[in-house]
Structures are given as structure tokens and as C-alpha cells.
Design a binder for this molecule. Structure first.
Ligand SMILES: Nc1nc2c(ncn2[C@@H]2O[C@H](COP(=O)(O)OP(=O)(O)O)[C@@H](O)[C@H]2O)c(=O)[nH]1
Ligand SMILES: [Mg+2]
Length: 173
């Protein structure tokens, strides 16, 4: 069965876990979860309609605080990544500014072109600090697809994950 690795990165509190749990069916949350050396890995099996075959997607996210991890750990986390979901909080400027940190991480550890999406999350909250145009312009600048979501109100979450899954399946074949 083809298997893909998708990492979900971005500042603490931006909503990575909430987005993933909103997207994953409840039973996968229980069945597919395991931890490896501080990484939280959740597995989703999906049918690829065009080929009528099952594919496995492993979503990796960082557990806890980044500053406790060493470069060696990052190498493992970023090893053989097939897709990137980068998340910030549209109501928190710091999470937007820190996107450049995450961009540098990606440049440092991932040398191949993989599908990537920037998600501006928490659009249910007002006032927001980062406008849709600002999000879109930054995404264009770094070569990411841009979408906005609310994990809380389940807005656009499925669309965002389906985008990356669709891209990574097409990308490989
Ligand atoms: N209002 C609102 N709150 C959210 C949303 N997504 C996440 N949160 C809240 O933001 C906090 C951090 O979310 P979490 O998923 O743990 O962020 P992570 O550190 O990136 O994994 C939690 O209190 C969530 O309930 C959203 O779309 N809207
Ligand atoms: Mg989390």
C-alpha cells in the first residue's frame, strides 16, 4: 500500500491538533495514533478513487515545545516528507511572523519539491490581525497554496486536507 508522510507545522497554539482532529474520523483518532520520540503520528487510510486502491497517510506533528528538540530530532521529523501543512493563527501576529522560521526549517531539512499548503486558521474569531490578502501574498511569496479555516466551526478543514492529499497522490504518479 502506498504510504505518504505529511507534516503539520506552525507555532504552538495555532490550531494544528484541532485541525487534524477535526479532519480525522473519530475511529482513526483512536486506532491510528502512536508516538515516536516526541512526535505525534496519526495514520489515515483512504481509498484513491481513480486507481481503486488504498493509500495510507501518516500525519506527523510536534508534541510539546520546540525548544526541547535537537537538530538530530528535526532531521528525523523532516525525513522523507511527502507533504507540508503550515498553520498560523489569523488573530495572532506572532504566529504569522514566525512563518519565516518554519520556512527556514523547511529549506534546511527538505530538499525536494513536495506539495505544500499554508493555512490561516481561527477565522471564526474577530477581530483578526492578518487579512486574507496578507495571508495569500505571503503564501504566493513562499510558493504555498493558501487556504483559511476554522477548526472550531469546521470551516474549510476538509477542503484544506483534501487539497494536500490530492496533490501528494498526483505528485507521486
Ligand atoms: N476560536 C478558535 N479556536 C481554535 C481554533 N483552532 C484551535 N483553536 C483553539 O486554540 C488552542 C490551540 O489549539 P491546538 O490545536 O492545541 O494548537 P496547536 O498547538 O497548534 O496544536 C486551543 O484552545 C483550541 O481550542 C479555531 O479555528 N477557532
Ligand atoms: Mg498540538
Amino acid at each position: 500500500m502506498p504510504s505518504y508522510k505529511v507534516i503539520i507545522i506552525g507555532d504552538n497554539g495555532s490550531g494544528k491538533t484541532s485541525l487534524l482532529y477535526r479532519y480525522l474520523p473519530l475511529d482513526f483518532r483512536k486506532l491510528g495514533k502512536h508516538n515516536v520520540l516526541g512526535w505525534d503520528i496519526e495514520t489515515l487510510k483512504i481509498n484513491k478513487p481513480s486507481l481503486n486502491e488504498e493509500v495510507k497517510v501518516n500525519f506527523w506533528q510536534i508534541l510539546g515545545d520546540l525548544k526541547f528538540y535537537r537538530a538530530e530530532s528535526f532531521r528525523q521529523f523532516y525525513d522523507r516528507v511527502n507533504g507540508i501543512i503550515l498553520v498560523f493563527d489569523v488573530t495572532n501576529s506572532k504566529t504569522f511572523k514566525n512563518l519565516s522560521f518554519w520556512k527556514k526549517q523547511i529549506e534546511k531539512y527538505i530538499d525536494n519539491e513536495v506539495p505544500r499548503i499554508l493555512i490561516g486558521n481561527k477565522i471564526d474569531i474577530s477581530p483578526r490581525k492578518i487579512s486574507p490578502t496578507q495571508g495569500q501574498e505571503y503564501a504566493d511569496k513562499i510558493g504555498f497554496k493558501y487556504m483559511e479555516t476554522s477548526a472550531k466551526q469546521n470551516m474549510n478543514v476538509k477542503e484544506a486536507f483534501n487539497y494536500i492529499i490530492g496533490e501528494l497522490i498526483n505528485h507521486r504518479r
